[in-house]
Ligand binder design. Structure first.
Ligand SMILES: *Cc1c(COP(=O)(O)O)cnc(C)c1O
Length: 339
């Protein structure tokens, strides 16, 4: 038995999901003729109360398209120093959109509306890049699955309105946040200009993300996706997995969250662990004591068929997911207590 907690992207489609994929109706989605993709997009747009939705192969591409739709070359996006768009999209913001990131020194990947406002360059001061977008991430990845306070997100909306800036949400794990905070998609649809959501993380699909947005902004989305190389043909097989996941895999995320908290409790009692960061959703980030080598620890776990990842500076990460079974959970807790 291999216990793989490196990421919630390691899941494989369930039998039910595979059946849904195999019986999907498909067509050429570049001509918008794939009925399964059309259905998925329509469902998500309705779910969030957003005008438009567009299927993407990856979350990175959906975010990159959003950056492009909101900005012109030379401009600047405000985001946290932990932001996925800054750290983990290969420098795409500069490569694809010719923009820079103004980083906020936030807390666990989140910041306040006052910090956002302070980060705006005065539009008349032509020496600085023109600020055009505020970007937030919920849950935060590098921030350990932390969830935003919705009231703060609303205050940031007011800042964006006051300064006429776009407002994008990287909602790769928004499903986890909504389940944990008992929030609903419409609240988010009302607040943001664009939202990207992943189907291939907690929801357990093999591939796929969706960008949601207001009509005016989304007018150029098809073209941008084409330019980025994301125009796909009979991709309804993947959209069918997404539809299946929306029906079957959202509520169960609370099980992943419960397991993550239980792992956190065991970790926090181990003598060689300095700190376990607060756990809200399915990500566990913890720090080893200085005298323990990260590589040694990772190798010890690997010998016991447990795979997790290092995040640098003696911090390690585990992520619970759909394929992490009750059996594996029992085995992991037992092994950790003995290690
Ligand atoms: C995973 C993730 C993405 C998208 O990643 P892809 O691997 O390109 O699908 C975007 N934002 C966050 C916060 C993520 O965790």
């Amino acid at each position: 038995m291999i216990i793989d907690l490196r990421s919630d992207t390691v899941t494989k489609p369930t039998k039910g999901m595979l059946d849904a994929m195999m019986s999907a109706e498909v067509g050429d989605d570049v001509y918008k003729e794939d009925s399964s993709v059309n259905l998925l997009e329509k469902r998500l747009a309705e779910m969030f109360g957003m005008d438009e939705a567009l299927f993407f192969p990856t979350g990175s591409m959906a975010n990159q398209a959003a950056l492009k739709l909101h900005t012109n070359p030379g401009e600047q996006v405000i985001c946290d120093k932990y932001a996925h768009i800054y750290n983990y999209e290969g420098g795409g913001a500069s490569f694809n959109s010719g923009i820079s990131c103004k980083l906020i020194d936030g807390h666990r990947g989140m910041f306040t509306s006052a910090q956002a406002e302070e980060a705006i360059n005065p539009p008349d001061f032509y020496h600085s890049p023109l600020t055009s977008l505020i970007e937030v991430e919920n849950t935060t990845n590098k921030g350990g699955g932390a969830c935003w306070d919705f009231e703060e997100l609303k205050k940031i909306r007011q800042v964006a309105d006051k300064h006429k800036l776009g407002y994008h949400l990287d909602g790769a794990r928004l499903w986890n946040a909504m389940v944990f905070k008992k929030e609903n998609p419409k609240q988010y649809g009302e607040l943001f200009d664009t939202i990207s959501v992943c189907l291939s993380k907690g929801l357990g699909c093999p591939v796929g993300s969706v960008l949601l947005g207001k009509k005016e902004l989304m007018k150029g989305a098809l073209r941008v996706r084409k330019i980025l190389g994301g125009g796909m043909r009979q991709v309804g097989y993947l959209a069918a997995a997404g539809i299946y996941a929306l029906d079957h895999h959202i509520e169960r995320l609370s099980e992943d969250h419960k397991k993550a908290r239980e792992i956190g409790e065991v970790l926090s009692q181990l003598p060689f662990i300095k700190k376990v960061e607060p756990i809200e959703t399915n990500i566990i980030i913890f720090e080893l004591n200085n005298n323990i080598s990260e590589t040694d620890f990772l190798n010890r776990l690997k010998e016991k068929n447990i795979h997790i990842i290092g995040m640098g500076s003696n911090k390690l990460r585990m992520v619970t997911h759909l394929d992490y079974t009750d059996n594996m959970h029992e085995e992991l807790l037992k092994t950790l207590k003995k290690i």
